[in-house]
Design a binder for this molecule. Structure first.
Ligand code: COA
Length: 390
């Protein structure tokens, strides 16, 4: 294993949507016991986008502070991961490139494999930066998780985007080699092009996740990865936050770990944002990382495990080491504002937003301003999306 790698995550910023639906409001509507949501699935609330927000506006909002802090000169690649794609051809990243006024000399592409794709983006970015340490890569994961109203999945919706700046001599996390890899052709969660909400077999998605965790861990170990006892914390993909606890217990059992593991106490930090924002698909594991870095005691020099899972399914387990001085570069106050600034919805208003469909007739449709974020989807015209800074 090359533990001297000096490529990794230099900056991390996330954004979420304009509105929030609390699980108390949802439970009052559907008669579920609140403990099922708060304890059983580990969710307090979930973000709901305004009608003039989408994965582009969320992504640009997440990435803007990164660009403002580091400038655009060294960014030569934007990798946009999403499973809430808005176009079959054009990368959502090109709109973000335009909104953030990135240099023309940039390659931009969209990546897809359910919730895993941002990790594919991160790994591709590491390779690019290793080849040319002078350049930086902006990796974005941006998603809106939507399930049908009154379905079991409804309680596990959410929306958020994460922006990672990948660079040499990173300020936050040095990413290590190797990775453990795992792919299996399975239908636990998917969304055909003609549906606006996802299809999921909940119990199958849980067992598929755990099977993938075993597979990727076995491969990680086979390729010389760290022993489980090394990790101060592990960030798991979190479609709902109790999934992180299920996964962690499963991994400990799989490795025959008898005693209490230090990463167990860190789990609460990794769920701090996801429990409030809900499922953000590609961004979810990186919000777990943000939660950990923003809330845990000093992690300087500590190894952190990262378990990325995307239904369908592809998984990757890899590790990073927390860089000395990382706390000076965190965005804890801004992240807290992302959570706190959202406006609470009544159930009726949430239902209205959920049922709102964008017009598909190619006519001119200005969208009334709803979001108070920095970017908005201002109109649809001639089948084109028009974005503007607000
Ligand atoms: N108090 C405490 N816990 C309670 C409870 C109560 N009153 N009522 C139920 N629970 C617990 C259940 O025991 C269960 O926990 P367990 O799995 O540890 O046994 C949990 O709450 C959920 O209950 P369940 O009956 O399974 O809920 P559900 O049928 O509504 O489905 C999901 C829950 C998570 C499976 C469903 O929301 C879903 O499919 N979400 C999508 C998941 C996803 O995105 N997967 C793809 C990506 S990995």
């Amino acid at each position: 294993m090359n533990r001297r790698t000096t490529v990794g995550i230099h900056d991390l910023s996330f954004a979420s949507a304009e509105f929030v639906l609390t699980h108390a409001t949802l439970a009052a509507h559907n008669g579920a016991r609140l403990a099922k949501y708060h304890t059983g699935i580990g969710q307090q609330a979930m973000s709901v986008p305004a009608a003039d927000e989408d994965v582009v506006t969320l992504a640009a909002t997440a990435a803007q502070p990164v660009v403002q802090r580091h400038g655009t000169d060294r960014i030569r690649t934007v990798l946009f991961a999403t499973e809430s794609s808005i176009d079959q051809s054009k990368s959502a990243g090109v709109y973000v490139h335009s909104l953030l006024e990135l240099p023309a000399a940039t390659r931009v592409v969209e990546l897809k494999q359910a919730c895993y794709a941002a990790t594919a983006g991160l790994q591709l970015a590491l390779a690019l930066v290793t080849r040319d340490p002078g350049q930086q890569v902006l990796v974005i994961g941006s998603d809106i998780s939507r399930y049908p109203l009154d379905s079991p999945g409804e309680a596990t919706q959410g929306a958020a985007a994460v922006a990672l700046l990948v660079a040499a001599d990173p300020a936050l996390l040095r990413i290590e080699h190797p990775s453990g890899l795992y792919t299996a052709d399975i239908m636990d969660f998917w969304r055909p092009n003609y549906l606006s909400t996802a299809l999921v077999n909940g119990q199958e998605s849980i067992s598929a996740y755990l099977q993938a965790l075993e597979g990727t861990w076995n491969d990680y170990t086979k390729h010389g990865g760290r022993p489980l006892g090394d990790f101060a914390a592990i960030c798991y993909h979190q479609p709902f936050t109790t999934m992180a606890h299920k996964a962690h217990r499963h991994l400990l059992r799989h490795c025959g770990h008898q005693s209490e593991h230090p990463a167990t106490t860190a789990l609460t930090c990794t769920t701090a944002y996801n429990t409030q924002l809900g499922n953000s698909y590609t961004a979810s594991m990186y919000l777990a990382l943000a939660g950990l870095l923003d809330h845990a005691d000093d992690l300087t020099g500590q190894p952190v495990g990262l378990m990325s899972y995307g239904s369908g399914s592809v998984a990757e387990f890899f590790a990073g080491t927390v860089v000395p001085g990382y706390r000076r570069h965190l965005r804890r106050t801004a992240h807290r504002t992302v959570v706190d600034r959202r406006q609470a919805l009544t159930y009726a208003r949430y239902r209205d937003l959920h049922e709102t469909q964008l017009p598909t007739d190619g006519g001119d449709h200005p969208l009334p301003p709803q979001t108070t974020g920095p970017f908005r989807l201002a109109a649809l015209t001639g089948h084109k999306r028009i974005y503007t800074p607000r």
